[in-house]
Design a protein around this ligand. Structure first.
Ligand SMILES: *Cc1c(COP(=O)(O)O)cnc(C)c1O
Length: 228
């Protein structure tokens, strides 16, 4: 029988090992459980094991689960593509958005973030291997975008998110993640602010991502199994 508790323990063991090898503390990396396509019951099981951060890609599906699980102190992250007509509900119901790649969306999230909530944590999604089919800002668009987002008071720019094309060679995985880290460091220097977040690494490449400084790894299938 499939047990989320066992899968979470396996992922936790990988995180322990990867952070140890990278000479980093375990608590320098947050595990984001990517729960798209999973029922609320599965999130509840993971929550019972201490999991607190959950990532969702589809707004309506996420809102339904939030309603079911509203008594639990979950930290909700939106990680999917953002249509402008969905920005208000995202601004109202999430603590983090990892997939901001254009100014118009950032401005809407800023204007729509309710005043009683803290600023919305933002990662800019970077299209690191320039695949035309993928979302994400091009590396050369990041400085302009970040400078404008820094002026928006209801957003807190935290760093970058990347979703590189799958790579089986661990050295190649690391090269791409190192590029993301360099971009983050350059942006921080330009803005004269600390950008403390690198959202990168998934089930297949979290070790390489942690070796290159990931602070949030996003894991779906290896925790919850196949999506429904
Ligand atoms: C689905 C998804 C993940 C998790 O992918 P798995 O292969 O299920 O681990 C991570 N990041 C993003 C942006 C996703 O859409």
């Amino acid at each position: 029988m499939y047990k989320i508790v066992d899968k979470l323990m396996q992922v936790e063991a990988r995180l322990q090992q990867a952070t140890t090898i990278a000479n980093r503390s375990r608590d320098s990396v947050t595990l984001l459980a990517v729960s798209k396509g999973q029922p609320a019951q599965s999130l509840q099981e993971a929550f019972a094991q201490g999991q607190r951060d959950f990532g969702e890609n589809y707004l309506q599906e996420a809102l339904d689960k939030q309603e079911t699980l509203r008594s639990l102190p979950i930290c909700w992250h939106f990680i999917g593509p953002i249509q402008s007509n969905k920005s208000r509900a995202i601004a109202e119901n999430f603590a983090w958005v990892h997939s901001v790649d254009r100014l118009k969306i950032a401005q809407r999230l800023n204007d729509q973030r309710p005043p009683h909530l803290p600023p919305l944590n933002i990662c800019l999604q970077v299209n690191i291997d320039d695949e035309t089919s993928k979302s994400g800002a091009a590396p050369n668009e990041l400085p302009g975008l970040a400078q404008q987002i820094q002026q928006l008071p209801r957003l807190k720019l935290r760093g970058l998110m990347a979703l590189p094309a799958p790579q089986s060679d661990p050295l190649r995985q690391r090269q791409v993640f190192a590029q993301v880290r360099t971009l983050r460091d350059q942006l921080g220097a330009l803005l004269q602010t600390e950008l403390d977040t690198l959202s990168m690494g998934m089930s297949a490449d979290l070790e390489a991502a942690i070796a290159e400084g990931a602070t949030i790894v996003r894991v779906g299938t290896d925790i919850f199994g196949a999506r429904h």
